[in-house]
Design a protein around this ligand. Sequence first.
Ligand code: B1M
Length: 207
Amino acid sequence: MADFKGIAEALIEGNAGKVKDLVQGAADEGEGPQKILDEGLIAGMEVVGVRFKNCEIYVPEVLVSARAMHAGMDILEPLLAASGAKARGVFIVGTVKGDLHDIGKNLVAMMLTGTGWKVVDLGVDVDAEKFVQTALDVDADVIGLSALLTTTMVNMKSVIELAKNKDCKAKIVVGGAPLTQSYADEIGADGYAPDAATASEIISSMG
Ligand code: B1M
């Protein structure tokens, strides 16, 4: 019998090898990829998200769980594609122009992948044109902007303005250490999240 609880526990422990074996085992037994994702990987990642938010675990543990999540997703992705399962939405994420910090952005991307979103990660040092053009090309539901520098967070505003000018309908969520809710309001963002777990909650409510 497929061990969904075991998959979730192995993911929480960050045991990528065990996640891979258990996910493969469940798939070999004929369990649907969506069920394995929901009841195994996502169930585990939800626990990781809550513990991270409550400061019971820290960035290194989350990154190890993220690696375990990817190990499971490597097996499930082709199966999900073949079964025609629908993602909850399309989320584009990147660190804004001039900024090379990507650890927080990667956590946000990983949390969203873990909750069933199709994530397009544009990387770091991404200009406004690239965010907006990609959002239009892939019909994104949400664009996530990350900035870690007071000198680069100002570049978020140009993404928001360009999105409006190009009639891009994607909602824009911002985050990063120097950001605040009042700054997000000032530049016209649709949402602000102080951490990756909150980002996942806010963005999921937009899907
Ligand atoms: Co840089 N750096 N750094 N740095 N760096 C900071 C940010 C800094 C605060 C250090 C300091 O002076 N105390 C400072 C910024 C000062 C400021 O502007 N206020 C700083 C500086 C000045 C610089 C350079 C200019 C240094 C120099 O070269 N003179 C330079 C800039 C390079 C550039 O980007 N152009 C630079 C370079 C670097 C490294 C390359 C060495 C490295 C980055 C490696 C990498 O990311 N791959 C680095 C690092 C590691 C840091 C610190 C130490 C850690 C950042 C980090 O990863 N934190 C940082 C000091 C610090 O924060 N203690 C610092 C962990 C991560 C999980 O947190 O990214 O905040 P964070 O993400 C959080 C939330 O912010 C939120 O969720 C995450 C947690 O759940 N979040 C989002 C983030 N994005 C989100 C998006 C969302 C929602 C939430 O929605 C879309």
